[in-house]
Design a protein around this ligand. Structure first.
Ligand SMILES: Nc1ncnc2c1ncn2[C@@H]1O[C@H](COP(=O)(O)OP(=O)(O)OP(=O)(O)O)[C@@H](O)[C@H]1O
Ligand SMILES: [Mg+2]
Length: 290
């Protein structure tokens, strides 16, 4: 799958020179344990995500990836530190201000989290109706625009149960994009999908990043997804940020196991690409010779 994805999808450019869109400053999260005591899910760590970037968060199960991701929109409130979005400290906002600020942050999940008893149209319209800022004509137009973006115009009146996994995830993407967010948070968005569907959902995410300039932060355990999509990646281990690097920086030494695996996977994909090109070249020469 890694090879297939990397052949179809080119890396997205970042926008150098701009201040970070997301800045996590010494954020941490501890959960209480049932028998008393506590567990440090995220130890104090700082992270910047540049505007226009596709930022990958990787790590083993339980490393704290989802907790860290959910801290960006304060679904998980950090015990300490600051969460800055476009220069605004989200941890200091009132409930009403936070509701407004969250319109800038869309989110999608592994299990899609769609409203089962609502049509595709109503699912996408849902975040817009919450704030009551849209008249019917404007709302209709925005929902259709978002469904067109993800290629699902023909499913407008279907229910989630009538859709494939990939189509459900596209509805979730359209719903997340409806309020025109600056950031899209993705928690394992392709883990429930097959290879072919994964590729098409990743292409959609890449289009969104390129065409709309939406910054993406994606949690994934699939290294091929990192290669296909991400411009930068951070590795978490037991709640600690072990390293972070640009995906196309091949000179730096990787200190984490996953960082090294990522580099090995890239080399493997490059070798396969060279091999395929060589086969194609030979086939072309033989055709010419006949
Ligand atoms: N609400 C909670 N209460 C108690 N412990 C929690 C809670 N949420 C997460 N944890 C614990 O914090 C740690 C980090 O969880 P998190 O969900 O962030 O991991 P993850 O890296 O996303 O793992 P996975 O790849 O399995 O999704 C885990 O050990 C988890 O059990
Ligand atoms: Mg998780």
């Amino acid at each position: 799958m890694a090879r297939a994805i990397s052949f179809y999808i080119m890396h997205s450019p970042t926008m150098p020179g701009l201040p970070p869109l997301i800045r996590l400053e010494a954020v941490s999260k501890t959960f209480p344990l049932p028998g008393g005591g506590s567990f440090n899910a995220v130890c104090p760590l700082s992270l910047d995500v540049a505007q226009g970037q596709i930022f990958g968060l990787i790590g083993k199960s339980g490393a704290g990836k989802s907790t860290l991701l959910r801290m960006i929109n304060l679904l998980e409130r950090p015990d300490s530190g600051r969460v800055m979005l476009d220069g605004q400290d989200l941890t200091r906002l009132s409930k009403r201000q936070l509701r407004m600020a969250r319109q800038d942050i869309g989110m999608i999940f592994q299990q899609f989290n769609l409203l089962q008893n609502a049509t595709v149209f109503d699912n996408v319209a849902f975040p817009l109706t919450l704030h009551g800022r849209f008249g019917k004509v404007e709302l209709d137009a925005r929902v259709h625009e978002c469904l067109a973006l993800v290629g699902l115009t023909d499913k407008t009146h279907h229910y989630p149960a009538q859709l494939s996994g990939g189509q459900k995830q596209r509805v979730a993407i359209a719903r997340a994009l409806a309020p025109r967010p600056k950031v899209l948070l993705c928690d394992e968005p392709t883990s429930a999908l097959d290879a072919e569907t994964t590729r098409s959902v990743l292409e959609t995410l890449l289009d969104i990043n390129r065409q709309l300039g939406v910054t993406i932060v994606i949690v994934t355990h699939e290294l091929s997804v990192v290669h296909a999509l991400c411009t930068r990646v951070a590795v978490l281990e037991q709640g600690q940020l072990v390293e972070q690097f640009d995906v196309d920086d091949h000179a730096g030494r990787r200190i984490s196991v996953l960082g090294r695996e990522l580099e090995q996977e890239r080399r493997r994909a490059e070798l396969l690409k060279a091999y395929d090109a060589n086969i194609e070249e030979r086939a072309a020469s033989s055709r010419e010779a006949v």
